[in-house]
Design a protein around this ligand. Structure first.
Ligand code: AMP
Length: 329
């Protein structure tokens, strides 16, 4: 069987399960980004529109800054008693938002585009070549045109997820297939401009933080950039940890920067490390520091400043290796 045939087989199994269950609960990862919400609630919309008699719930904590995308319809404990659980966009079990998903579910399906570190679930559909989990859900819809109907709202959510994870179709993960699928979504009746504007917009606090980051960012001779956002800085701009998402891609727009980290201090004194790259592979480094993710977009946790130093040393080496590799090609 070719890889495509295998993937089709898995998609057919997923459709069969969706048809079989009356109650379906969809989870995604903690601290959701547009792709987590887009794929979660986009899939919920797809199921609701295609099978209006089913009960479909979405679990997890709302992200207030992304309320324009979607909010949750959280299930009660008893809803899990006879339900299909689908977890989207979540590579490993510890990152699942609302662990009831893993509490001995009747049937569990994993749908994800991250490198496969944790093989959980009765059925796993993992496509690391997909730009986003929202792209996978869009492809799922397109694979079964006779069974599945997507509403305009579903298309808006999936489109938002693709835009979010590709940074507006800028990242290397954007393929011709991404564009084809995004185009099918755009044919639905929603305003992509309004959605893009909402995703693009920043409040005055984030605008100030942007200024702070650009002014205080440290860039090494090898092209490694970093900044530490202490609790004091977050307090100064009245920002939550989540809102720092808005500045994560910023250092990448500076010429000569290859890989970078935004280190956000947590109330307990540890640091959430938001790691990004334009070339050097960084997810292996993230894994060594209680994290993981994609080759060019990862997250980790550092206990203290010394651990941040260690991560930065590894980033320096990755930047050097990458530049050498490019020069040799
Ligand atoms: P973030 O900077 O939190 O937006 O994370 C970027 C990407 O890194 C996410 O899409 C996840 O794939 C991954 N990631 C972040 N934090 C972790 C973690 N603690 N463990 C594993 N993967 C993570």
């Amino acid at each position: 069987m070719t890889q495509n045939e295998q993937q089709l087989e898995i998609k057919k199994q997923i459709l069969t399960e969706i048809k079989k269950w009356e109650t379906i609960i969809i989870h995604r990862h903690e601290r959701p980004d547009p792709d987590a919400l887009g794929s979660q609630v986009g899939l919920a919309e797809l199921i609701k529109t295609s099978f209006p008699e089913k009960m479909v719930y979405t679990a997890g904590v709302d992200n207030k800054t992304l309320a324009f995308m979607a909010t949750m319809e959280v299930p009660a404990d008893e809803d899990y008693e006879d339900a299909l659980v689908i977890v989207v966009d979540t590579a490993n079990q510890p990152r699942v938002d609302d662990k009831r998903a893993l509490d001995d579910p009747q049937r569990l399906i994993k749908i994800d585009h991250h490198p496969e570190e944790d093989k959980y679930g009765d059925i796993q559909w993992v496509e690391t070549s997909a730009s986003s989990c929202s792209e996978m859900i869009t492809e799922f819809w397109q694979t079964f045109p006779e069974d599945l109907v997507l509403s305009d709202e579903g298309a808006r959510l999936l489109y938002g997820g693709i835009v979010g994870d590709t940074n507006r179709f800028l990242y290397q993960s954007t393929t011709p297939q991404t564009m084809r699928l995004a185009a099918t979504l755009m044919e639905k009746d929603f305003s992509a401009t309004a959605l893009n504007n909402a995703m693009n917009e920043m409040g005055p606090k984030v605008a100030q933080l942007t200024g702070y980051v650009l002014e205080h960012l440290k860039v090494s001779a090898n092209g490694v950039a970093h900044i530490i956002l202490t609790q004091e800085i977050l307090d100064r701009y009245s920002l939550t940890d989540e809102e720092t998402h808005a500045v994560v891609s910023l250092p990448g727009s500076i010429a000569g920067v290859y890989n970078w980290g935004i280190f956000v201090q947590q109330p307990d004194g540890t640091y959430r490390c938001r790691l990004r790259s334009k070339g050097p592979i960084i997810n292996e480094i993230a894994k060594e520091h209680d994290g993981g993710g994609h080759p060019l977009a990862s997250g980790a946790n550092a206990q203290d400043l010394a651990e941040i130093e260690t991560i930065l040393e590894k980033f320096e080496q990755a930047a050097i290796d990458f530049q050498k590799q490019v020069a040799d090609e």
